[in-house]
Design a protein. Sequence first.
Length: 61
Amino acid sequence: MNDLQIKGNWNEMKGQLKQKYSNLTDNDLTFTEGKEDELLGRLQKKLGKAKQELIDEINNL
């Protein structure tokens, strides 16, 4: 299983995710270093996607 790689500017990545998924809010996309699992859990709940699918999508931004 791949790890989530938050690279570059998270604000830019957050904007790209909000454009793709209009139902996401800033609260859904709040990221604190070391809390990747919490971020992924919120996104899984909101988007109904598998954890690995979300990791791959974020890593490809």
